[in-house]
Design a protein around this ligand. Structure first.
Ligand SMILES: O=c1ccn([C@H]2C[C@H](O)[C@@H](CO)O2)c(=O)[nH]1
Ligand SMILES: [Zn+2]
Length: 131
């Protein structure tokens, strides 16, 4: 299962639009109904507008009306398994919750299995806001 989901993320990575960093990242979501969503990083000349692979995949799934994420995989050309940025960790927490499995990989074959909660302990949540 994890190998298959990593393969899906590897496929997604090919669609990265990365004229600035040349750093391709792919993500894949396995939904509870068995369907797969793909995401790649999409950069912009205004660098801050860049969207990471993880958020691309999550926004695609939500936009298509599928909110039931079972597992996430992310892959890039890194020495160690790729580490999602803070923004993606925050979005994963809100859209998936802490218990969803996350597979982080490198194209060199290294992989770690973690969870959204482990990636963002002490996350800020909607319930933290006072009325
Ligand atoms: O987990 C990560 C880390 C980085 N990036 C992208 C953002 C940018 O396009 C490039 C360099 O930061 O990699 C992702 O998509 N996901
Ligand atoms: Zn990110």
């Amino acid at each position: 299962m994890q190998k298959q989901l990593m393969d899906e993320a590897t496929k997604a990575r090919e669609q990265a639009y990365v004229p600035y960093s040349k750093f391709q990242v792919g993500a894949a979501l396995l939904m509870k109904d068995g369907s797969i969503f793909h995401g790649a990083n999409i950069e912009n000349a205004s660098f801050g507008l860049t969207n990471c692979a993880e958020r691309t995949a999550l926004y695609k799934a939500y936009s298509e009306g599928n909110r039931e994420v079972q597992a996430i995989s992310v892959i890039a050309d890194t020495e160690q398994p790729v580490s999602p940025c803070g923004a993606c960790r925050q979005v994963m927490m809100e859209l998936c919750g802490p218990d969803v499995t996350v597979y982080l990989g490198s194209i060199n074959g290294k992989m770690v299995k973690t969870t959204v909660g482990e990636l963002l302990p002490g996350a800020f949540k909607a319930g933290d806001m006072n009325e």
